[in-house]
Design a protein around this ligand. Sequence first.
Ligand SMILES: [Fe+2]
Ligand SMILES: [Fe+2]
Length: 224
Amino acid sequence: MISDRLSLSQHEKGDEMSATVDSKDLLEQSATFGAMTEGTALDWKIIAAHNQVLASSVSSRVLDHLRLLEGDHGGFSVDRMEHSLQTATRAYRANKSDEYVVCALLHDIGDTLGSYNHPDIAVAILKPFVSENHLWMVEKHGIFQGYNFFHYLGLDRNMRDQFEGHEAYDLTVEFCQEFDQTAFDPSYDSMRLEEFVPAVEALFAQPKNSIYLDDGGQMCGTDS
Ligand SMILES: [Fe+2]
Ligand SMILES: [Fe+2]
């Protein structure tokens, strides 16, 4: 689709036009190429503008996906949503940072998609937004949590020992022992998901690590 302001020939001169089109105009357009090799600077300005809007609402989609854990007990005494809320609540009540609490809230968000590697799903979602140590804590919690049950499954409960000496080793032991493994109590007074929403929104509003960010921390290809 090409807006009234742009003729096809003008669009083909994307480099020239891109400097004159405001973001509202961009959001009313779509790129015209059928193959990326045919793309122009204007095409990518249009796509970057749309992507910026999509990225600004990532927190609501993350929360929607977290809600998929509701009603999924997986054999546990509480469903996975209650487990997530309880883990985050315990971290919050222990005065952990907002970033830590959001990591706690989302650490098992991959349970519905990653049956064989669920921590990796949370890691992919959180990676642009959290510190390396918090990311490592989320990534390795599957192995560290195994200390509490791997021996019942014929696995090595001390699998975590391979990471001894890592900067985030103690942090991850604490997360699993203090907040994660304790969060299966049906009688615990967990906070509601809505209470965590401001912290989730704040975290996902400030990406720190991404190849798509410019030096000023803005989405590449956008003006603001
Ligand atoms: Fe987990
Ligand atoms: Fe967990």
